[in-house]
Design a protein around this ligand. Structure first.
Ligand code: NAD
Length: 367
């Protein structure tokens, strides 16, 4: 089997971490019998320098015509003074909108051995933390009607969701829960918001299709507290755009390191109705402060590569093998500087060495 993957290395540490993820993906292909053909698509600051646009039309086309997209990060001080629409981040927004991905998947997982990186006490983390936030990405208050009164003294933003928008997002969440620990918690503010009541009704009406999934509900304020009181109780959280924006960052922080966290944006369709390419990327930015110094942790991008295999290419076993390889490298005591706990038994390595270790662990699994 052969797949095409568009790669957007981007700026800062983006090219460094994407390079390592490609190595690991190729190793997974060797072990599991598939090949990946990469097509590089310039975007962000580098595209501004080369083509005068943060999102050249040809790059968007390359991505649309691929099976999946692997993205590093874009942006940096060099382009910070440009006007809004010409900045690298504008390219990113146009790109996500262009692919129509409406579901953002943000796993927050604490690998055994990294408990010390979490700001939470060991007694709170308990036996571990492994949850997934499924956030609606293209609707709700960030896209609703907004305005200012003529005198400028008041302003409004509107939270509006349709049943089809909620249904398609919850479908992704129910399916994800079925493939994990089979628990789905819908987070809303149904005691106050009418749109939240529609989320609840819709979830309840859908639940019979996933009888093996235990469905629960939590108000967003309670969910924010529970995430730091007992994060281990969660499996999959499904929620609206704004609540998901906030809770996914909270969940990320309790794992302790931005360099470990992967994400996926999925759900878009091709003109012929087939699923469109998902976008897989680390949650961190281009980290200009450590760019080109072999200091960036590539694991978030490597784990994004694992998500790419399972969500866009149907290579779930290869994805699980990458996650297991990362787990073994961490268990063996290897750390990038961002997850260094100060324990003298830990071995601090750079970007390239971490990529090589995971690639080796991956190839070893196939021997
Ligand atoms: P950032 O995530 O780039 O960096 C925040 C801090 O985390 C820095 O100290 C950085 O060194 C560290 N860090 C980030 N990734 C790391 C990794 N893999 N390994 C080790 N340390 C890591 O956020 P920022 O500094 O606010 O933004 C820098 C640039 O990135 C800005 O131009 C911003 O617009 C852009 N950005 C892009 C994306 C994206 O492409 N999706 C997301 C966020 C920020």
């Amino acid at each position: 089997m052969s797949y095409t993957v568009a790669t957007i290395p981007g700026d800062g540490i983006g090219p460094d971490v994407v390079r390592e993820a490609i190595q690991v993906l190729d190793a997974a292909g060797k072990v599991f019998g598939f090949s990946l053909e990469y097509r590089e698509a310039p975007m962000g600051g580098r595209a501004i320098d080369a083509f005068g646009s943060p999102l050249p039309a040809a790059s968007l086309e390359t991505c649309k015509n691929s099976d999946a997209v692997l993205l590093g990060a874009v942006g940096g001080p060099k382009w910070d003074k440009l006007p809004g629409a010409q900045r690298p981040e504008a390219g990113l927004l146009g790109f996500r909108a262009g692919l129509g991905a409406y579901a953002n998947l943000r796993p927050a997982r604490l690998f055994p051995g990294l408990e010390g990186a979490s700001p939470l006490k060991a007694s709170v983390i308990g036996t571990g933390l492994d949850l997934l936030v499924v956030r609606e990405l293209t609707g709700g208050i960030y896209f609703g009607d907004r305005g200012r009164s003529p005198d400028g003294e008041s302003a409004w933003d509107t939270e509006r969701y349709s049943k089809p928008e909620i249904t398609r997002l919850l479908r992704v969440a129910f399916d994800a829960a079925r493939g994990r620990k089979k628990k789905l918690c819908v987070v809303d503010k149904a005691n106050v918001l009418e749109s939240s009541r529609l989320w609840r009704e819709t979830a309840k009406a859908m639940a019979s299709e996933w009888p093996e999934v235990e469905l629960s509900f939590l108000y967003v304020d309670a969910a924010a507290m529970e995430l730091v009181r007992a994060p281990g109780r969660f499996d999959v959280i499904a929620t609206s755009n704004m609540f998901g924006d906030i809770l996914s960052d909270e969940a990320a922080m309790i794992t302790g390191s931005i360099g470990m966290l992967a994400s996926a944006s999925v759900g878009g369709r091709r003109p012929d109705g087939r699923p469109g390419p998902g976008i897989f990327e680390p949650i961190h930015g281009s980290a200009p402060d450590i760019a080109g110094q072999d200091k960036a942790n590539p694991l978030a991008t490597i784990l994004s590569g694992a998500m790419l295999l399972s969500h866009s290419l149907g290579e779930a076993k290869a994805a699980a093998a990458i996650e297991a390889a990362v787990g073994r490298v961490i268990a063996a005591g290897y750390r990038c500087a961002d997850i260094d706990s100060g324990d003298p038994a830990e071995k601090i390595v750079g970007t390239r060495e971490m990529g090589r270790l995971v690639t080796e662990a991956m190839l070893e699994a196939g021997r």
